[in-house]
Write a protein that binds this ligand. Structure first.
Ligand code: SAM
Length: 274
């Protein structure tokens, strides 16, 4: 997949894309990202990209011509017309489902606004307007990075173990189960508190046990029990933190049965704690 990102702050994008999973994918050639400096598409000596708003009011508006020139230059490189995404707090909400939808595209162009935003006429060249949440950022660079990262993770060969992408939060409409690594027990200062007291089980509950232990089922070697425990944890977390997701979650028979148990348990105890 190819991404072209247009911004007045290329360094902000380039630095972030040079590291981690996405950085390695670019190095390996699984992903091609070109960052364009919008100022290169200006025609004046000072490379001005903004101007005062018609009708008055605060702030500056990004001039349309550099955006049109940038889009022409990117599109001319062909072979197909790219899918053009404008980052905007007014766009449709970017979710895992939208990331999946974008991941089948071959060529995405991301436009990063600044100031009060981009002259409205540029929208005539935009296929999709995406918001990463109901808040206003100073520019579209962070949203573009968020979108590139989430989409890139879904491409074959980008994340080392593709199963981890399948199991991640939101992929099937559920939050992920809790993860643990060695050591199996933490005590003393390593448990996060000078006196060694802390919340056992990593669940953020009340502090009762001085030793933080990994749930014993994960050490049991019983793969069927581990699989069921993880399903139960993922369902309990989703029920507790994001019950809205359950309406459209894709559950198998075992998960539906666990969910019924959790809901019944919640009805009697007022908690989904499994
Ligand atoms: N005047 C605009 C408004 O109220 O809708 C806000 C402009 S914002 C300060 C500048 C740029 O940041 C936008 O053009 C957009 O590219 C980006 N941006 C800010 N918040 C965003 C969000 N939540 N999602 C996506 N892009 C965002």
């Amino acid at each position: 997949m190819t991404f072209d990102i247009v911004t007045i702050f290329p360094a902000m994008i380039e630095g972030a894309l040079a590291v981690g999973v996405v950085g390695r994918a670019i190095e390996r050639g699984s992903l091609a990202v070109t960052v364009h400096d919008l100022r290169q598409f200006t025609s004046d000596r000072h490379h001005v990209v903004d101007d005062v708003p018609y009708g008055g009011g605060p702030g500056m508006v990004m001039k349309p011509e550099p955006w049109f020139r940038a889009l022409d230059a990117i599109t001319e490189r062909g072979p197909e017309r790219p899918h053009v995404v404008l980052t905007s707090p007014q766009g449709r909400r970017f979710t895992q489902a939208v990331a999946k939808e974008l991941s089948v595209r071959r060529h995405l162009v991301m436009l990063c606004g600044r100031y009060e935003g981009i002259d409205e006429r540029v929208r005539t060249r935009v296929d999709d307007e995406l918001s990463i949440g109901d808040y206003v950022l100073s520019g579209g660079e962070l949203p573009a990075l968020v979108i590139v990262d989430a989409v890139a993770r879904l491409l074959p060969g980008v994340v080392g173990d593709e199963q981890s992408v399948v199991e991640e939060s939101f992929t099937r409409g559920l939050l992920d189960f809790p993860h643990y690594t060695r050591p199996a027990e933490l005590s003393g200062p390593a448990s996060g508190r000078p006196d060694g007291s802390g919340a056992a089980g990593g669940g953020g509950g009340a502090a009762t046990d001085a030793t933080l232990k990994v749930p014993s089922v994960l050490l049991s070697g019983n793969h069927a029990a581990i699989r069921r425990w993880r399903k139960r944890q993922a369902l309990a977390r989703t029920l507790e933190r994001r019950p809205d997701l359950l309406a459209s979650a894709v559950l198998d028979e075992e998960e539906r049965e666990i969910l019924r148990e959790l809901v019944a348990h919640e009805g009697t105890t007022g908690t989904t704690e499994a």
